[in-house]
Ligand binder design. Structure first.
Ligand code: ADE
Length: 230
């Protein structure tokens, strides 16, 4: 899987690709990345990439020409191109799974008030919103999308870890504990020290139900009873 990211701030993304599990995946050749600085495609000597919106209004808009040239340089029109934006469809695990099947994804990091609509019309396949809030950095939104996808790619993390996770079957995860057995008078639940595997599985499932009902009534209401009892 290759991530090609168009950004005005490549350094924000570079540190992610150079750390932790992602770094290992890149070193193993499981993940490739290409960070494209949009400013390199600006047309004037000041390397201008933004301008005031037609029709007035607050803020600045990312100009079409530098973005289009940057997109052309990576042949974005024949690749799956994703634009994280608060105006997109809600980004979910299902979309991450679908995108993880692609060989390459091109991401556009927005800034300011947004990007020229003609870029969306001409190049973008998916406009995705990572949550019902607004952040100022399109790089952060792109990182969320990249992180959710790369970990699903073969060989990056174990199948077992993926299978146990929240959202795989619409229940949240059970609580985790590690040593020490007592921390600030808080003891690890006895059941987890019992060695009784079947009872641990049952306890964990109960905790998942409890947590989902409490923290995510929206998921709970949509969860069918048969699967809940499993
Ligand atoms: N850019 C700013 N806020 C965003 C959001 N909630 N989702 C995707 N991209 C964004």
């Amino acid at each position: 899987m290759k991530f090609t990211v168009l950004t005005l701030f490549p350094e924000i993304l570079e540190s992610f690709f150079n750390s932790s599990i992602m770094k290992k995946a890149v070193e193993k050749g499981l993940i490739e990345y290409n960070l494209v600085d949009i400013r390199d495609f600006a047309l004037d000597k000041h390397r201008t990439c933004d301008d005031a919106p037609y029709g007035g209004g607050a803020g600045m808009v990312l100009k079409a020409e530098p973005l289009a040239l940057a997109l052309d340089s990576v042949k974005a029109s024949v690749k799956r191109t994703v634009f994280p934006t608060p105006s997109g469809v809600r980004y979910t695990q299902k979309i991450a799974e679908e995108l993880s099947e692609e060989k390459e994804i091109v991401l556009i990091c927005g800034r300011y008030e947004g990007i020229d609509q003609r870029i969306i019309d001409l190049y973008v396949d998916d406009e995705v919103c990572i949550g019902d809030y607004v952040i100022s950095s399109g790089e952060i939104a792109s990182l969320v999308v990249i992180d959710s996808i790369y970990r699903l790619c073969d060989g990056v993390i174990t199948q077992e870890s993926l299978e146990e996770e929240s959202f795989q079957d619409t229940l949240l995860e059970y609580p985790h504990y590690t040593r020490p057995e007592v921390f600030r008078d808080q003891k690890v639940p006895d059941i987890l020290l019992s060695g009784h595997h079947a009872r641990i599985v049952e306890w964990r499932h109960g905790k998942r139900l409890e947590k989902t009902k409490k923290n995510r009534p929206d998921l709970w209401d949509g969860h069918d009873l048969d699967r809940r009892m499993k």
